[in-house]
Design a protein around this ligand. Sequence first.
Ligand code: FAD
Length: 545
Amino acid sequence: MVAARPSEAADGTVQQVDVAVVGAGFAGLYLLHRLRKAGLSAVGLEEAGDVGGTWYWNRYPGARCDIQTIDYGYTFDPELDKAWTWSEKYATQPEILRYLGFVADRYDLRRDIRFGTKVTAAKWDEKAERWQLTTNNGAAVSCRFYIMATGCLSAPKPPEIDGVRDFRGEVYFTGRWPHDGVNLAGKRVAVIGTGSSGIQSIPVIAEQAAHLTVFQRTPNFALPAHNGPSPADRRDLFQSDRAAYRAQARQSMSGVPYPQQTVVSWQLSDAERRERFERAWAAGDLVHILTQLWADQAVDVDGNKIVQDLIREKIRAAVRDPETAAALMPDDHPFGAKRPCLETNYYATYNRPNVTLVNLRQEPIKAITAGGITTAKRNVDVDVIVFATGFDAMTGAIRAVHPITGRDGKSLTDVWAQGPQSYLGLTVAGFPNFFMITGPGSPSVLSNMAVSIEQHVDWVVDRLKALHEAGFTTIEPTETAQAGWNRHMADCSMLTLHRLANTWYTGANVPGKVQGLMPYTGGVGPYRSICDEVVSRGMLGFRLT
Ligand code: FAD
């Protein structure tokens, strides 16, 4: 191994490193830190102009995390944990970006990152046993190990509507919001999309715009964030024993330290269920409401329907116009089978005189014109269109590196033609020394990602060290192990209500994308145990050479 800093390659030459890390978000930063400590030379390759990933790109008004910030951060260094205090229960995008910049400074990570550099293709060189990466800027990279820390929600979905280019006004994407902000004062604004980014930005945009028209295809369940200072009960629990708190998060189902519920809905009276629900509603915490009501809510249609009805009741009470309220009530998926959202004044925003909801189920968009948006029933003239239309989730950024060519000239696009195949969501058969952080087949977006990212990074770097110490140069999963993992993934998903929803978890939001549940539904703690067991059983399912 090359132990030391990557060679400073001039343009046109090839940069030689042990490990290439693509992406400088939560995952890429921690990888660089761990690799350096492990004595491996590494380079970070990042399309953006600085660190931050999700929090670099998503600067739209109202952008925040929706896992409490006390839980949404690195835990690998107790000193770092102590050195940073969040100002709110749910931090804003600028604060999270500052945190990631603080981490990059603290561990001096930027010196190993090439910003403004997009990886465009990758090829396994069988003879040299190295990956060759092509970039759009500067030297190509030759590395023994190629790690994609490219993010699950980093490839914005292009608009599917005719005429976007004809529109003469301003067009913005929540996932690529301008760094200098956008002045919406006095303007007629359209927001297309009511997923997480739409639900966060709509109330803020409504306060600025002369008029806001929201175009909604599918309503989402949204719960009040009740943002403010970090809640005393969680803070006290954390302060009383930080190590135990973090350890419990790592073993939990979702990456947030809540106990497993055992009581099922039918064991509770109506009054007891309502009492639990009201407590969860008041807590303003997605993970609480998703895991703490009753044990059958995520696995049984009847147990879930009770939660749905209670939330629909809240929406009815919050929105004055009954037709608008009805349009905002989700009725096509179980609660939790599509990622629910956290909201601040979202439903109340529809009571404002300057806000209109257009229900695209009743009047689909026909075209975008020079002056606005035409639906099947009306023309809406606007000055600004904001696309809050989400991401090509989980596989979008990986597949955008094209081709990724593995052993025997096989391309990842071909191997994934019927949907992503992986072993543990970390590796792919036929692609030696290739790793994905929070890839399809791992808990990823069904978890607190900070916890899942740390687990993946630790697992991968520990393996690279062990591999080197044992004198191996390549690692690759067997086809059998991969097939077994995919079978296990499918079995787990059949036990949850995810099987009943077409969502971005299944690829349903991207036209032409192969359908199938991409994240692992077995839970964060059980998944960690499986990864550890693979190691303790002599790298079960991997071929080492
Ligand atoms: P990212 O942060 O997405 O970083 C990936 C980086 O890779 C990007 O900077 C991208 O530019 C770069 N990249 C991709 N392809 C290439 C390429 N070919 N060449 C070079 N660079 C490339 N998760 C939670 O757990 N809790 C939350 O509250 C939460 N809130 C979220 C809010 C929003 C608005 C969004 C979009 C996501 C949220 N997430 C949340 C998920 C979030 O993506 C993760 O928590 C985490 O930030 C992911 O970190 P990452 O490093 O894996 O990926």
